[in-house]
Design a protein around this ligand. Structure first.
Ligand code: SF4
Length: 360
């Protein structure tokens, strides 16, 4: 298989020359063609006759895979960029938006490629998500990756999405905090208030004990942790107990977010076990939200359309669905709060067609 090669996208000769002089490959995008300038081989490769200048902006990063084409892997003017460090996972959540089949057969992410990609970031991103699968499964190389990010773009806000289990290992944890960029927040899911209730959802024995220990290690070191409670039929009647558990054992959480389902992958396969319509889900969440708010824990509600949430809780709702995944219904056009509403996942719309109620 041909290894991917990176290039900085540019639209002018002037910028191309600047990027080339920094030792980085260039993808020159014009209205007629895209040309890839590969510095090591001094080759100029004509990629496409098509109009790529509307697809790439200056300083985006393109990945060129010989015989396949070019893909955008980093968007210079976006706050939704992500570094995927592993597509595999050591848990197997019943409502994961990826399927077990995908996780099992996912290729291994090459750490050298990740380091190369980071070196192609020539803008200063406000926000960057580190994610997977479970990103820590990339192994020891994660320390080099974090160290490079800390050295190159230390002021970026990082969101590190993980199941938190690896951070229960004290030695690993100590090595990680040494190289961690300063503005990093960890997003870690808790699905239950006990090993039984959490592990039946992750389908990984020991995952609750490890995740809680990992979160406590992070919090005790003064590192921000966002706890994510993905709400499904499997834990809807346990949410208040989870809130009380958080108050008792994880009360240094930076924030607790209640997360609605993205109905694809395992979630779609297990839809009879997990799916509940949004208003019903909200009715189960309400007491847990109140418990946390009353105890001064910051709370967010992710992935819920506004019309499924009581108006008094709208200020907690976040526009959390990535732009390319959002769907609005035709009736949303007559909704007075469409501008504020984060919409619905495309996959959930296609599978469940949840009812929406335009707000007047
Ligand atoms: S009707 Fe549509 S735009 Fe309005 S709150 Fe519901 S989902 Fe959002």
């Amino acid at each position: 298989m041909n290894d991917p090669m990176y290039a900085v996208a540019v639209k002018s000769e002037e910028l191309a020359n600047k990027v080339l002089s920094s030792g980085r490959n260039v993808l020159m995008c014009t209205s007629d063609e895209a040309v890839y300038y590969d510095i090591p081989s001094r080759k100029k490769i004509h990629i496409s006759e098509k109009n790529t200048d509307c697809f790439f902006d200056d300083l985006d990063i393109a990945e060129y895979v010989p015989d396949k084409g070019v893909y955008k892997v980093y968007q210079a003017n976006s706050i939704e960029n992500a570094l995927v460090l592993s597509d595999k996972c050591n848990s197997s959540c019943v409502m994961c938006p990826y399927s077990d089949h995908y996780r099992r057969n996912a290729g291994v992410v090459c750490p050298e490629q990740v380091l190369k990609l980071i070196n192609y970031i020539v803008t200063y991103p406000e926000h960057l998500t580190i994610t997977g699968g479970e990103p820590t499964l990339i192994g020891e190389d994660i320390f080099d990756i974090l160290e490079l990010l800390k050295e190159k773009i230390p002021k970026t806000e990082y969101l590190f999405l993980t199941n938190g289990r690896t951070f229960s290992d004290r030695e690993y944890f100590e090595r990680m905090i040494d190289v961690l960029p300063p503005y990093t927040c960890f997003g870690i899911p808790i699905y239950g208030d006990s090993p039984q209730s959490h592990d039946k959802i992750t389908r990984a024995d020991g995952s609750f004990v490890q995740a809680v220990q990992g979160i406590q290690n992070l919090m005790n070191a003064g590192i921000a942790v966002e706890i994510r409670i993905v709400v499904s039929r499997l834990n809807c009647d346990n949410l208040s107990n989870i809130a009380r558990f958080i108050l008792k054992y994880l009360n240094k959480a930076f924030t607790v977010n209640f997360v609605g389902l993205e109905m694809c992958g395992n979630a779609a396969r297990n839809r009879d076990l997990v799916w509940m319509d949004y208003p019903e889900t909200f009715s189960f969440m309400k007491e847990a939200v109140n418990i946390l708010c009353e105890n001064n824990i910051r709370v967010g509600i992710y992935n819920f359309p506004l019309c499924s949430v009581e108006k008094g809780y709208w200020h907690l709702c976040k526009n959390s669905i990535s732009g390319y995944k959002i769907v609005y219904y035709d009736e949303c056009e007559k909704c007075e709060v469409k501008e504020l509403c984060g919409g619905i996942f495309r996959s959930t719309f296609l599978l469940e067609k949840p009812e929406v109620k335009p707000v007047n």
